[in-house]
Structure formats: structure tokens, C-alpha cells
Design a protein around this ligand. Structure first.
Ligand SMILES: [Zn+2]
Length: 77
């Protein structure tokens, strides 16, 4: 394995670990569809159906975590 492949692997694993920590510590991210603006006069922000106008949305990783946790709990006797 070359040095470049090792560095690419470590970078990928490091980013995945950082994202997992971020999903636990701060499950909400900024909405990309309305760029998180809080200007009430901006019609696009008020009508944003991704974040309901809050400018924040639940991270995809957190949704996956909640999904698998719920499925696991449903499987418990
Ligand atoms: Zn939004």
C-alpha cells in the first residue's frame, strides 16, 4: 500500500469519525436550501419546507442513527 493510499484511508476514517461525533454532539446542521437566513422579509426562507423556516435541519447521519436505534428497540422482546 502506498503512502498516498494510507493517507487517503486515514483522512476518510478521520472524517467519518468526526462526522459521527458531530451527529451526537450537535444533531442540527444549517439548512442549505435557504442558507439559514433569519430575515423574516425573505419569502423563500419563510416558505422553506426543508427546515420549516428555522434555518436548521437534522443531519443525515443523525437521522440514520435514530432510524437504526428505533429498529433495534422494536426488535427487543
Ligand atoms: Zn431552510
Amino acid at each position: 500500500m502506498t503512502l498516498a493510499a494510507v493517507l487517503a484511508t486515514l483522512t476518510t476514517v478521520g472524517y467519518a469519525a468526526w462526522y459521527a461525533v458531530l451527529c451526537v454532539a450537535d444533531p442540527f446542521g444549517r439548512c442549505r436550501h435557504c442558507t439559514g437566513r433569519r430575515n423574516r422579509l425573505d419569502r423563500r426562507h419563510r416558505d422553506c419546507h426543508w427546515c420549516d423556516g428555522t434555518g436548521r435541519r437534522v443531519r443525515v447521519g443523525r437521522r440514520l442513527y435514530d432510524y437504526f436505534r428505533t429498529e433495534y428497540e422494536r426488535g427487543q422482546p
